[in-house]
Write a protein that binds this ligand. Structure first.
Ligand code: FES
Length: 574
């Protein structure tokens, strides 16, 4: 009973001061679950079940748990499922990003605290996959990612619909008076027709694609629709593979190297992915002491064409990308630009995985590099006196005529101020103005909500205005579109320049030059009293207190400062 082998149920014994007694007690209790001694001697594979009545995107989680467990048992292991925090975008107040780090801590600590030789993590909705990768990176146990998969598209009066690019498009039409109450309700009935995640290239799809490129998911897993039989077969394969990973001790930091993150960022650009994924992957890399060089990322964007024709940058949906060959087709097309030697969860390199996959075929969703959707990657990193620590714009989803634009600032002090005044008929605003929202960052909101998609003021929307330059320290849903400058760093609430912008100032956005400038003299700016940071009810205690004291900015992933190790000197993209 004093076996020092740290595998299976002997792993991470509860401390009673007597290891033999700890193991005896653990086995006594787990016998209550009905396991045999044979089962308890097997490699243990944890299965993170993020099914929740509040998470529509994870509606199929229990089916995936069953498939993963089947795969583990077919390979001779013992699967043990366990729950963690589960987060859905529309059911989290004040915003799901506020809870991402909580889920990452929960995932890390539950992987570390409970006996498992490997873990399969079921994620899907926007914050869940990054939280799980962050947790797995820190826990250091062999880990493999499975996503719930994208929803199928819906249809309204013969028009194909997808959450949530079309949620925003139809809501914009409703705000402009083009869609009656009954019609917008009918659209709402059809936007999310099946289990699964948003089926455009939003944050969930982007994170799934990047995770496959990073090597943390079995090949082909990112794009399989949630309701497809292939999705459960993929889950079974992941369970099987996790048993082998336990034997091989294939821990995450062998896979998630700077070169692998470079591959993932390359894919972010090529798929016209979500700006949120930049923050999330920065946080995952940070957990391994790897820094993200924003200038290098921008250079990588300039040399990477957008190949994937999906909404919101293009016209198709995730089921189309799956039918076109999924990430295998994307990675193959990008292969001259990728680090093909990177190790993946298969135990083989990315290049070997591509060689082993079925041949690609002619299709129109994944363009060849010789005929891209856009010649440059979807995201640009901006700097300038308004954003000395950087800002991002998804120019593949912006209006070309606004990419070099000078306009008068119309400033909103907070989300509440925005909600109060944006539709005020007396608001002094013109189509050429620049809408500015501050105090919407990590500490300001808190949690950096997806409020960067500032609505077009109702009176302008009714005149047919579809897009304006918008600037904030908030994030934006990956499903949104428009000429929207996000993640302005440092944020207003910590005294960033955004706090000193006044109504009527001139702001100049020049995406080609990667500049966002506040055209106000330094002396004048220094004279101005910054707008005060907002106070938050309930901030004297609990998770909100922890969050406000320790959350960082988007340039370092908006992780808690005590969760990432010191930087190791390793940098990505490299
Ligand atoms: Fe879950 Fe869009 S709300 S992926």
């Amino acid at each position: 009973m004093t076996n020092t082998d740290d595998r299976g149920m002997r792993r991470g014994l509860t401390r009673y001061g007597d290891a033999g007694f700890s193991l005896f007690l653990r086995k006594a209790f787990i016998k209550a679950m009905g396991y045999s001694d044979d089962a308890l001697e097997r490699p243990v594979v944890g299965v993170v079940d993020t099914g929740s009545g509040y998470n529509a995107c994870h509606r199929n989680a229990s089916e995936l748990v069953d498939a993963i467990k089947r795969g583990v048992m077919l390979a001779g292991g013992l699967p043990v499922e366990f729950p963690t925090v589960s987060i859905h975008e529309s059911f989290a107040h004040p915003t799901s990003m506020f809870l991402r780090n909580l889920m990452a801590m929960d995932t890390e600590e539950m992987i570390r605290a409970q006996p498992m030789d490997a873990v399969v993590m079921i994620g899907g909705c926007d914050k869940t996959v990054p939280a799980q990768l962050m947790g797995a990176a820190s826990a250091g146990v062999p880990a493999i990612s499975v996503v719930t998969g994208p929803m199928m598209t819906g249809s309204y009066r013969g028009e194909r619909l997808g959450a949530c690019t079309d949620c925003r498009r139809f809501w914009g039409m409703h705000r402009a008076g083009e869609l009656e109450e009954g019609e917008i309700d009918a659209v709402g009935d059809r936007l999310c027709p099946t289990a699964g995640t948003c089926m455009v290239m939003g944050t969930a799809s982007t994170m799934a694609c990047m995770t496959e490129a990073l090597g943390m998911m079995l090949p082909g897993g990112a794009c399989i629709p949630a309701v497809a039989a292939d999705r459960t077969r993929h889950a079974e394969a992941a369970g099987r593979r996790a048993v082998a990973m336990a034997e091989e001790r294939l821990v995450p930091d062998r896979i998630m190297t700077p070169a692998a993150f470079t591959n993932a960022f390359r894919v972010l650009m090529a798929i016209g992915g979500s700006t949120n994924a930049l923050v999330h992957m920065t946080a995952v890399a940070g957990r391994l002491g790897i820094a993200v060089d924003l200038a290098a990322l921008d250079r990588l964007g300039r040399e990477t064409p957008v190949l994937v024709d999906l909404k919101p940058s293009g016209s198709h949906y995730m089921e189309d990308l799956h039918d076109a060959g999924g990430m295998i087709a994307v990675l193959r097309e990008l292969s001259p630009l990728l680090n093909l030697d990177c190790l993946t969860v298969t135990g083989r390199s990315l290049g070997e995985n591509l060689d082993a996959a079925a041949p690609s075929w002619s299709q129109s969703v994944v363009r060849p590099c010789s005929d891209p959707l856009y010649p440059e990657g979807g995201l640009a990193v901006l700097s300038g006196n308004l954003a000395p620590g950087g800002a991002v714009v998804k120019h593949s989803a912006a209006s070309p005529e606004l990419l070099n634009h000078r306009g008068r600032a119309v400033v909103f002090d907070s989300l509440d101020d925005l909600a109060r005044r944006i539709d005020d008929p007396g608001l002094d605003v013109n189509p050429d103005d620049v809408l500015v929202l501050r105090n919407a960052g990590s500490k300001g909101a808190p949690g950096m909500p997806e409020a960067g998609y500032i609505p077009i003021p109702a009176k302008l929307a009714r005149q047919g205005v579809k897009d304006m330059v918008r600037v904030s320290d908030a994030r934006m849903s990956g499903t949104a579109f428009g000429t929207i400058v996000l993640h302005v760093t440092p944020e207003s609430a910590v005294g960033g320049p955004l706090a000193r912008v006044r109504n009527g100032d001139t702001i100049h956005l020049d995406v080609a030059a990667r500049r966002i400038a506040l055209e106000v003299g330094e002396a004048e700016l220094a004279r101005r009293v910054p707008s005060p940071p907002p106070s938050h009810a309930g901030a004297e205690r609990g998770y909100l207190r922890l969050f406000l004291d320790h959350v960082t900015g988007p340039d370092v992933g908006a992780d808690f400062d005590f969760l990432a190790p010191p930087l190791s000197g390793r940098v990505t993209p490299g």
